[in-house]
Design a protein around this ligand. Structure first.
Ligand code: NI
Length: 232
């Protein structure tokens, strides 16, 4: 019996570090939508967490999804009210947009947003001044939206599966510890791509954390108005 226990402990000690690649943050923009539920299912199945940069004008229609995110330890950030390019707004319109979005998130999720990701990743000094939250860019752009249904509505399922594989392989080939991965939770293709990526990340031993968890794990305190691309 003791021998078996000893072997088990040895296996644990050697197996866990060997499989652990590090940790990354999966982030999803432009939702919530019906796609989001499937992404949450996939993340929760592997004990992963995601960060969702939601549009203020969509919150009202998806309160259940937003509350589930909070309950299950995912993170919610703002992505503007209706996907305006925030750098083109004057100070007062900008503040209105940010405030309205934050209010909608708090009203429908039960918690205010903790992060901001401006649409198109467009950032200028005025946005940094008024953001009031850490601004989260990304270090890995999956370009999942480029394959989305509306761009090629007539391709077949096999072609779609090949594109998913290629996209996921690309991401995994270049992934580094502390990366922030950009995806979208809004199209059928982006759903398939996200599900496959989550499965593969888990299989390869990557830990999926929220953005705040990723930085906290490294002892980095996120500051309002500062822009972050990864934890390195
Ligand atoms: Ni967006």
């Amino acid at each position: 019996m003791r021998k078996i226990l000893f072997i088990l402990v040895l296996l644990l000690v050697f197996y866990v570090p060997a499989s652990a690649q590090g940790s990354v943050a999966l982030t999803f923009d432009d939702g919530p939508s019906n796609v989001t539920t499937h992404i949450l299912d996939a993340l929760e199945e592997v004990d992963g967490h995601g960060t969702f940069f939601v549009l203020g004008n969509r919150c009202e229609n998806y309160p259940k999804i937003l509350r589930r995110m909070v309950r299950r330890g995912h993170e919610i950030g703002g992505h503007s009210w209706g996907h305006a390019r925030l750098t083109q707004l004057g100070a007062s319109a900008l503040c209105d947009d940010l405030q309205r979005t934050a209010q909608a998130i708090e009203q429908h999720s039960g918690q205010p947003p903790t992060l901001l990701r401006p649409p198109y990743g467009s950032i200028n000094p005025r946005l940094r001044l008024h953001a009031g939250l850490p601004i989260i860019h990304w270090s890995v752009d999956t370009q999942d939206w480029k394959h989305c249904d509306q761009h090629c509505p007539r391709r077949d399922e096999q072609q779609c599966a090949r594109e998913v594989e290629k996209m996921v392989d690309n991401v995994l080939a270049n992934l580094q510890d502390g990366d922030i991965i950009l995806m979208h939770d809004i199209f059928g293709f982006t759903q398939q791509a996200a599900l496959r990526l989550i499965e593969q990340l888990h299989a390869q031993g990557w830990q999926m954390l929220t953005v705040s968890e990723l930085f906290a794990q490294r002892g980095i305190e996120l500051q309002p108005g500062q822009v972050y691309y990864h934890t390195r």
